[in-house]
Design a protein around this ligand. Structure first.
Ligand SMILES: Nc1nc2c(ncn2[C@@H]2O[C@H](COP(=O)(O)OP(=O)(O)OP(=O)(O)O)[C@@H](O)[C@H]2O)c(=O)[nH]1
Ligand SMILES: [Mg+2]
Length: 355
């Protein structure tokens, strides 16, 4: 067994060091608050890693591969996964209670509980609890807020990409309508041309709005469309949804994207997706040079706090959000105020007690 002491001025920082260094197998043995040489408050977290056990399990797997039937190795794999899940769950609970106990103020503790219940990871809930209880806009340093897109001041070319069914086309229709109604010169391009009906909805919206619409199949189409939409202040580009496990679909689309000078590449992630699946989407999108995150279907989850975890884990600027299928309503820009409202709106013990 390997034991190490992790020290930091904030308890949650020491805990995240444990996670970074020891990974999910770490077991937290103790936490102590003390003073450093300059008299500043400092936390020491004692963590252990059950190192021999891990090696033994690995050795078990490696030593007997040829003798094992697929059923044996499946069973072994399942047992290791179950063990890992127990450790992660235990660590999560321990981390959560450790952080909770470190909050002195009663209302902030309730806010912490509420945020965790909403799906915010304990580390971030700890950061956000004070702001939340004071009903101040959340200032969690882990989140990156971006400047709103103002096409009349600075023309923008915006790509929406993401998994199939994420709500890309719907969000694009909302954006086209919203900005057109504000007097912005909008044009729409779609690269979603492989499927029957992939472009129908946007074509109809564009006709109603009286804005140019082009489908893009080849590089020549890109040139033609860019030339024809030169005067647009906002160029919105829809794309085909991709499957996180199939690489070819994304690669093909990228070839066309490379011809378009995007100012914003927005990854659209549906908030009703399982948190781990969402993480996989974000990892996959790393190769697509996305620089903004948009969350859709916020009306279809009881744990909207997971968007904080996704955004914090990948450090990409937040942008639009969508909380219903209606066009052009049910859309907004994620600001600290919007996030506070989003995380408060659900019924909970905290909301009830605070009311
Ligand atoms: N409840 C809810 N439904 C939404 C939201 N956004 C989109 N939808 C619905 O989700 C479904 C898929 O939306 P699309 O906009 O077609 O999704 P897409 O990402 O373009 O899908 P593909 O092009 O097939 O990859 C439609 O039925 C939309 O009405 C939202 O914020 N909330
Ligand atoms: Mg679509």
């Amino acid at each position: 067994m390997q034991v190490k002491v992790f020290s930091a001025t904030k308890l949650h920082e020491a805990l995240s060091q444990v996670r970074q260094d020891f990974g999910p197998d770490a077991v937290i043995m103790d936490r102590l608050e003390g003073m450093d040489e300059d008299g500043n408050r400092i936390w020491h977290v004692h963590a252990a890693l059950d190192y021999e056990d891990k090696v033994e399990t690995k050795a078990n797997v490696e030593a007997r591969p040829s003798e094992q039937s697929p059923t044996d190795s499946t069973r072994l794999f399942k047992a290791s996964m179950a063990r890992l899940e127990r450790i992660v769950e235990g660590l999560g609970r321990q981390e959560s209670s450790t952080l909770r106990e470190a909050i002195d103020d009663h209302d902030s503790r309730l806010a912490f509980d509420h945020l965790v219940q909403m799906g915010v990871a304990p580390t971030y809930a700890f950061d956000m609890a004070d702001d939340f209880v004071q009903r101040r806009p959340i200032s969690a340093s882990v989140l990156r807020w971006s400047e709103r897109i103002v096409p009349k001041e600075e023309p923008a070319t915006v790509l929406l990409t993401g998994p199939s069914g994420a709500g890309k086309t719907t969000l694009l229709a909302k954006l086209a309508t919203h900005y057109s109604l504000k007097g912005v010169r909008v044009a729409v391009l779609s690269t979603d041309t492989n499927r029957m009906g992939g472009t129908d909805m946007l074509k109809s919206y564009s006709e109603i709005l009286g804005i140019p619409f082009f489908t893009i199949r080849t590089q020549a189409d890109v040139e033609e469309a860019l030339d024809a939409t030169k005067s647009a202040q906002l160029l919105l580009v829809d794309s085909e949804g991709w499957n996180v496990r199939r690489k070819s679909g994304i690669r093909k689309q990228r070839e066309l994207w490379d011809e378009i000078p995007f100012t914003h590449r927005v990854l659209v992630v549906p908030a009703n997706m399982d948190e781990m699946d969402g993480m996989e989407i974000l990892e996959r999108a790393g190769t697509l040079e996305v620089n903004r995150l948009a969350f859709t279907k916020l009306d279809e989850t009881s744990r909207p706090g997971k968007i904080v975890n996704w955004a914090a884990a990948f450090g990409i600027d937040l942008s639009y959000c969508s909380f219903g299928p209606e066009v052009p309503e049910q859309m907004g820009w994620l600001t600290p105020q919007a996030l506070t409202a989003l995380l408060s709106s659900q019924d909970s013990k905290y909301v009830k007690e605070a009311a």
